[in-house]
Design a protein around this ligand. Structure first.
Ligand SMILES: Nc1nc2c(c(=O)[nH]1)N=C([C@H](O)[C@H](O)COP(=O)(O)OP(=O)(O)OP(=O)(O)O)CN2
Ligand SMILES: [Zn+2]
Length: 136
């Protein structure tokens, strides 16, 4: 019996959407106010889902306390109150769009979580803009 167990988290971060090889004018045309050279911030809301079988001994899919600890080290301590462009290695040369942030989070958690569980990340950048990534 497959089930999905989820943990919510949040972090705040600043970013700028732009390409270094484009002029400020071209970046403004494509990314609008999100290309502000002085950056802007979002309150990101994260939902991490693990999919797998219930362990008949414990009744757990996986102990969500362990997932909480992985999210703390791999996401919150890594990204919270950071300037994503300047302070997070993965975005030195990659635009920190909500899509790319979700992929980075998925990869960091995938390296920690046992492969018996499938992993899905939902990331809200604003209350109305969000992406879902499951590694496929
Ligand atoms: N495909 C993507 N499109 C956009 C991204 C993104 O990461 N991927 N990001 C942005 C901006 O960074 C920001 O998320 C959008 O801000 P805003 O337009 O203010 O979004 P709201 O949901 O708050 O807008 P409302 O007009 O209030 O609905 C833009 N696009
Ligand atoms: Zn933004």
């Amino acid at each position: 019996m497959r089930i999905k167990a989820c943990r919510k988290a949040h972090f705040n971060a600043a970013h700028r959407l732009y390409r270094k090889d484009w002029s400020d004018e071209k970046n403004l045309e494509v990314f609008g106010k999100c290309s502000n050279p002085r950056y802007h911030g979002h309150n990101y809301e994260l939902i991490v889902a693990l999919i797998g079988d219930i362990d008949p001994e414990t009744g757990y899919l996986m102990d969500l306390k362990i997932l909480k600890d992985y999210i703390k080290t791999e996401v919150e301590e890594y990204m919270d109150h950071k300037n994503l462009n300047e302070e997070v290695e993965e975005f030195k040369d990659t635009n920190p769009t909500v899509e790319n942030i979700a992929v980075v989070i998925w990869n960091r958690l995938r390296n920690k979580i046992n492969l018996v569980y499938d992993l899905e990340v939902t990331l809200y950048e604003t209350p109305r803009n969000f992406v879902i990534y499951d590694g496929k």
